[in-house]
Design a protein around this ligand. Structure first.
Ligand code: PLP
Length: 385
């Protein structure tokens, strides 16, 4: 609040009223750096991860002007995929690595795709639609060994799994505030101290000449504080969020038919949604299946196909009951496109239009899971009849 109200000076000014905010920005930079094991000098504030992704990929390509090949995957966020499509028009060759039915990447595919012409690899840490984790450490090792720059979109992973860039040799790593409770409209890009970088947004001397434009002090402070809190809560994140996700999945998929027997489970009856913990068989919602590897994924994400039910209809009924879910990426919610992620995994267009995703957070409770499950049961019954 102080930075939105009385401390509203311009940090780039030389007068004290503004200049004192430089220290505030640097403190936030350290907080963000600590979340990912970086040093403050390696962190550039951006407006969002879309900008971070664009800046990293363009900087890597500029640093290798003789190389015209990029490797990414078919399940990346649109901020990477659409940039790659634009780069194809500019004459770059792009390899889009496939994923298997579980959404996993094959490292051999990456190894085989790298050629002498490859400038860089851009792969995500965790998928935004399924939560499936890519083997980022191995990818980084392969890239380093082959002399190829590696950018990682770690937007979904930050604050949910430990990230330590001292252990994982990435050259660039993108994060965004709204995935860990910071305000929207602020992101960051990590650039390894030895990785080449040139600005995407040319302008003033802000961010040591690496990103022009007057700094948004309130948003930067918010990102720093959120990073500090995310780091604090990280050790207990899995143990708090995973049981909620497992209970929800057990109620949807049924225990014994895809749900894990150890999950806390709900009864199929609307009147009494929650049963005691244990291995009691639970009847799930018919014709449902989990999308994404059951274990190699974030603790908070669940992506389920409801066969025969269109995502959009289900989402509308859930929304009427106050349940917020989505069918794909929020960035593509207003397009009529089926999920490119599910399509890549299942090679089945119907499945990619009949799935929804729930993303849980530390603020969710068992009561929320009960409410979601009741709403889902009512909605799927209505839509199936
Ligand atoms: N990458 C991933 C994996 C995302 O999920 C998102 C957005 O949610 C982005 C990039 C883009 O982030 P932003 O909206 O901050 O540009």
């Amino acid at each position: 609040m102080p930075y939105l109200t009385f401390d509203w000076g311009n940090p780039s000014s030389s007068y004290k009223f503004g200049a004192k905010l430089k220290g505030v920005i640097e403190a936030a930079r350290e907080q963000v750096a600590e979340l990912i094991g970086a040093s403050g000098r390696e962190v550039i504030f951006t407006s969002c991860a879309t900008e971070s992704n664009n800046a990293a990929i363009q900087a890597a390509l500029k640093a290798k002007p003789g190389k015209r090949h990029i490797i990414t995957s078919v399940v990346e966020h649109s901020s990477v995929l659409n940039l790659c499509k634009a780069l194809e028009k500019d004459g770059y060759g792009v390899t889009y690595l496939p994923v298997n039915r579980d959404g996993l990447l094959k490292l051999a595919d990456l190894e085989n795709a790298i050629t002498d012409d490859t400038a860089m690899v851009s792969l995500m840490w965790a998928n935004n639609e399924t939560g499936v984790l890519f083997p980022v450490n191995e990818v980084a090792e392969i890239c380093r060994a082959r002399g190829v720059l590696f950018h990682c979109d770690a937007v979904q992973a930050a604050g949910k799994v430990p990230i330590d860039v001292r252990q994982v040799p990435v050259d660039y790593l993108s994060i965004t505030g709204h995935k860990f409770n910071a305000p929207k409209g602020i992101g960051a890009l990590y650039v390894h101290r030895k990785a080449p970088f040139s600005a995407l947004i040319h302008g003033g001397h802000q961010e040591r000449g690496r990103r022009g434009g007057t700094e948004s002090v309130p948003l930067i402070v918010g990102l720093g504080k959120a990073a500090e809190l995310a780091r604090k809560h990280l050790p207990s994140y899995e143990e708090k969020v995973r049981p909620l996700r497992e209970a929800l999945e057990a109620g949807i998929l049924g225990v014994g038919s895809g749900g894990r027997p150890s999950a806390r489970s709900f009864s199929p009856k609307d009147e009494s949604p929650l049963t005691s913990a244990g291995t009691n068989p639970v009847e799930g919602i018919p014709n449902t299946e989990l999308n994404g590897h059951p274990y190699h994924r974030l603790a908070n994400t669940t992506n389920i196909t409801f066969r025969g039910i269109e995502s959009e209809a289900l989402l509308i009924l859930l929304d009427q009951e106050g349940i917020c879910a989505s069918s794909g990426s929020a960035c593509l919610a207003d397009s009529d496109e089926p999920s490119h992620v599910i399509r890549a995994m299942k090679l089945d267009t119907a499945a990619s239009r009949q799935m929804i995703r729930f993303s849980l957070g530390l603020q969710n409770t068992t009561t929320d899971m009960e409410a979601a499950l009741l709403a889902l049961r009512r909605a799927t019954r209505t839509l199936a009849s």
